[in-house]
Design a protein around this ligand. Structure first.
Ligand code: 5GP
Ligand code: ZN
Length: 115
């Protein structure tokens, strides 16, 4: 828990969220400003500033994050038509919340390359 981190406050319940899933390592909730018909954020409970802060000891945690996202994608019906995972990193990457999060976006066709 990092005191001034928005997503740590969501995990602790200090800030409400529309939760989809929670276990001892992972928390998932709907994005407050959805960029697609389905937009879920999957985050580790451990505070990591961004994906570059993940080290060897976090390999299992990062695996759990992605596998949980796969399960959520299946549960909300995105697997058949497909979806997109995004991990924005740093200023050029468009990161605005500095607690690692995996975006799960789906429910419409995605363009490439991203803007
Ligand atoms: P980033 O730009 O850092 O990759 O993504 C941050 C995401 O967090 C954005 O899509 C934004 O809409 C979402 N977000 C920011 N504040 C809140 C909040 O208080 N609650 C929820 N559920 N999502 C938030
Ligand atoms: Zn945090």
């Amino acid at each position: 828990m990092t005191a001034d981190c928005l997503f740590c406050k969501i995990i602790s319940g200090d800030i409400p969220s529309n939760k989809i899933y929670e276990d001892k390592d992972v928390y998932a909730f709907h994005d407050i400003n959805p960029a697609a018909p389905s937009h879920v954020l999957i985050i580790p409970k451990k505070h990591l500033h961004d994906i570059t802060e993940a080290k060897d000891q976090d390999a299992e945690l990062i695996g759990k994050l992605v596998l949980r996202a796969n399960t959520i994608a299946e549960e909300i019906g995105l697997t058949e038509n497909g979806f997109r995972y995004v991990i924005n990193t740093g200023s050029d990457g468009g990161q605005t919340v500095f607690h690692l999060h995996l975006h799960l976006l789906g429910g419409r066709p995605m363009s490439w390359p991203p803007g």
